[in-house]
Design a protein around this ligand. Structure first.
Ligand SMILES: Cc1cc2nc3c(=O)[nH]c(=O)nc-3n(C[C@H](O)[C@H](O)[C@H](O)COP(=O)(O)OP(=O)(O)OC[C@H]3O[C@@H](n4cnc5c(N)ncnc54)[C@H](O)[C@@H]3O)c2cc1C
Length: 240
């Protein structure tokens, strides 16, 4: 089996995004630049208190940078080791990982694109969209929708950032939808898949990227296929 290089990184800071979710910023040690393609993930290694070595995949939640910095968007999974371990780290803590891995990346030629996420499934899209919208020649002439499903308003991770991106780009549409929005919420309601038909209409010559838990990914893939989409136009990453 191929041996992959193990990197060390250290935690620069962690910021709560909601009660159980954190944004972690890290810096790779000993490199001036850490290369990856938006949408890829890293395999993080850590030992449990019993000495068992665990590895878990985490999508990179930031665009490529020139300084070896990257981010994770992490959800504490009940009784899970790695997610709670990482969310509990203090600034300066060491994190070992291998990667980048994965082919959940923007495929050429670029088309109008729909990004669908729930929860921390937003991570690869934060990386892709910051990269894509940073330069006009990467995105001009196409439309992009980010359909993000959350329970309540306080669970819309990176809300200000995506609103800011949408305000600065007429071709980027940020569409959070809440399954348990309160009475004041004026945006979309319900599950992400309920809004797909209206967004895509009769068009099938688009790309869709879907990221999150299996059940949500399945529901959205099925729906797009029922609208006449080809399998190859739908890419997905499942977290469970
Ligand atoms: C390619 C890829 C990218 C990923 N990127 C991210 C990411 O950016 N952010 C992130 O938070 N997670 C991400 N995950 C999920 C992550 O790898 C772990 O599965 C998750 O953090 C749970 O690990 P754990 O060790 O804490 O729990 P475990 O001990 O592995 O699991 C504990 C229990 O929770 C269930 N479970 C496992 N994963 C999940 C989950 N994601 N949600 C709810 N229940 C779960 C398991 O079935 C098990 O019963 C990604 C997974 C993959 C495959």
């Amino acid at each position: 089996m191929a041996q992959f290089k193990t990197f060390d990184a250290h935690l620069l800071r962690s910021v709560p995004l909601s009660e159980f979710t954190k944004h972690l910023e890290l810096e790779v040690d000993g490199v001036s630049r850490f290369g990856f393609v938006p949408g890829q993930w890293l395999s993080v290694k850590a030992a449990t208190p019993e000495g068992e070595e665990m590895t878990r995949a985490y999508s990179i939640a930031s665009p490529p940078s020139e300084n070896g910095h990257f981010a994770f968007c992490l959800n504490r999974v009940q009784d899970g080791f790695m997610s709670n371990y990482l969310c509990g780290l203090e600034a300066g803590a060491k994190v070992e990982f291998q990667g980048p891995f994965g082919d959940f990346i923007l495929r050429p030629a670029l088309r109008d694109t729909l990004f669908v996420a729930t929860g921390t499934g937003i991570a690869p899209f934060r990386s892709m969209l910051h990269w894509l919208l940073a330069e006009g020649d990467r995105h001009q002439g196409h439309e992009f929708w980010l359909l993000f499903g959350a329970r309540r308003e306080q669970d819309i991770y990176y809300r200000e950032e995506f609103e800011h991106l949408a305000a600065g780009h007429d071709n980027f549409h940020f569409l959070p939808t809440l399954s348990r929005g309160d009475a004041e919420w004026t945006g979309l309601r319900g599950y992400v898949q309920e809004h797909l038909p209206e967004i895509v209409g009769a068009r099938t010559e688009m790309h869709a990227y879907i990221c999150g838990l299996d059940k949500m990914v399945k529901a959205n893939r099925e729906l797009l296929k029922s609208l006449g989409w080809e399998r190859a136009s739908i890419r997905y990453e499942k977290y469970d």
